[in-house]
Design a protein around this ligand. Structure first.
Ligand SMILES: Cc1ncc(COP(=O)(O)O)c(C=O)c1O
Length: 401
């Protein structure tokens, strides 16, 4: 029998957390139990009808039935550059400074393979989206985790980054609005990290997949800081902005040499995102001023229901400033995975353990706001009686910045 062991790099990774949660859920459902899933961050709302109509029209055009280019359609990238200019005040050359992606995850996962060598080191947030570390591992590089701490609003402290830099460090990842904590970074943070990256001669990769999901001020782009223009790449997504996770579309923007590396890599492993999707989504950006507030309104209502439910239980939780997650603290003395398992076994409510995002997630769990207000309320009510948080936390704490 042929050797079917996984590659050493694949074996080095834990099983993808969400695949495990899917399995738990499927097992319970097969046994006839009701599952209230607050774990996976996958929008329950439909893609806006005008985008679907535009996509259907483009799908019927046979020009869109052939292979797309790995970099993306020039017209779609031009529309992205126009939107980027209006939203962030940043001028992008669509041809050299943008590339379409098959979802931002594809670009986030592939960029390290285009940029890093075995032995290189990459600074990744902990807790953080697991793909930053996975991409490094696949490239033979070493992910070096830096902490995101509640006391600092889950925004990296430069001295913590500095402590972890070596002569082999080449890349640092940042992600705001943040998954899993819901934190947003102030514009001053991007100034600070840019100055630091210049000093250390590092490239910065910014994951802005949730840039349009915010509750107060629109979050900035890292590319607004002039010093990043020759050393940063930013990843954006249509998934959350337009409830399009299933269509798989995102884009990268940033320094032309970094975009070029990514596109050269992509040309070897994929053949670009479907054109009908590119046409419809890029066109949809023009409608964002109308769609965005309605979408954010839905998430605000869900966020407030989740905060209210958790605080009633006495769970210490801070108000998220962006993304569609609430990051709560598990009862004192209990481990995140034990808490989440206990809650699931006794109530059928599925939460995500903080440790799924790194060791610094110990002591936390994540609630995803991708279910209705009714489901969120019902799920949190089911937690009553089995969650011995010590002191009811009724304070409406300030938004995480
Ligand atoms: C922080 C973060 N970045 C990127 C992604 C990937 O999104 P997509 O590939 O759908 O664009 C996700 C998805 O959950 C995410 O949470």
């Amino acid at each position: 029998m042929a050797n079917m062991e996984p590659s050493a790099r694949l074996a080095a990774l834990p099983r993808y957390l969400f695949a495990e949660l899917e399995r738990k859920r499927a097992e319970a459902e097969a046994a006839g139990r009701e599952v209230l899933d607050l774990s996976i961050g996958d929008p329950d709302l439909p893609t806006p009808a005008p985008i679907l109509d535009r996509m259907a029209q483009a799908a019927r055009d046979k020009a869109n039935h052939r292979y797309p280019s790995s970099a993306g359609m020039p017209a779609a990238r031009a529309e992205i550059a126009t939107w980027f200019g209006g939203r962030f005040g940043v001028t992008l050359d669509p041809k050299r400074e943008t590339a379409m992606l098959i979802g931002s995850k594809e670009g986030i996962g592939h960029f390290p393979l285009a940029f890093l060598n075995p032995g290189d080191e990459v600074l990744v947030p902990d807790p953080g989206y697991p793909v930053y570390a996975a991409g490094a591992v696949f490239a033979g590089a070493t992910p070096v985790r830096y902490p995101l701490r509640e006391a600092s609003g889950f925004v990296p402290e430069i001295r913590e980054l500095d402590r972890r830099v070596t002569g082999r460090t080449r890349l640092v990842w940042v992600n705001y609005p943040n998954n899993p904590t819901g934190a947003v970074a102030p514009p001053s943070f991007y100034e600070e990290i840019a100055a630091w990256a210049v000093k250390r001669d590092l490239v910065i990769a910014s994951d802005a997949a949730y840039s349009e999901l915010y509750y107060d001020e629109p979050p900035p782009s890292l590319l607004q800081v002039a010093a990043t223009r020759d050393r940063a790449i930013e990843f954006h997504s249509f998934s959350k902005t337009f409830n399009m996770t299933g269509w798989r579309l995102g884009f990268a923007a940033g320094a032309a040499p970094l975009i070029d590396l990514l596109v050269r890599f992509k040309a070897n492993v994929d053949s670009g995102a479907p054109q009908a999707t590119q046409i419809a989504a890029a066109w949809g950006l023009a409608g964002l001023p109308a769609h965005g507030p309605a979408l954010r309104g839905v998430y605000r209502e869900r966020r407030d229901a989740a905060l209210d439910g958790l605080r009633r239980l006495g769970c210490p939780v801070r108000t998220p400033g962006g993304a569609f997650f609430v990051w709560g603290r598990v009862p004192e003395g209990e481990r995140a995975l034990d808490f989440v398992s206990r809650v699931f076994e006794s109530t059928g409510v599925l939460l995500t353990p903080g440790t799924g995002f790194g060791d610094e997630g110990e002591g936390y769990f994540r609630v995803s706001l991708t279910s209705s207000v009714d489901t969120i309320r019902r799920a949190l009510e089911k937690l009553e009686g089995l969650t011995p948080w010590r002191t009811p936390d009724v304070s409406a704490s300030a938004a995480i910045r």
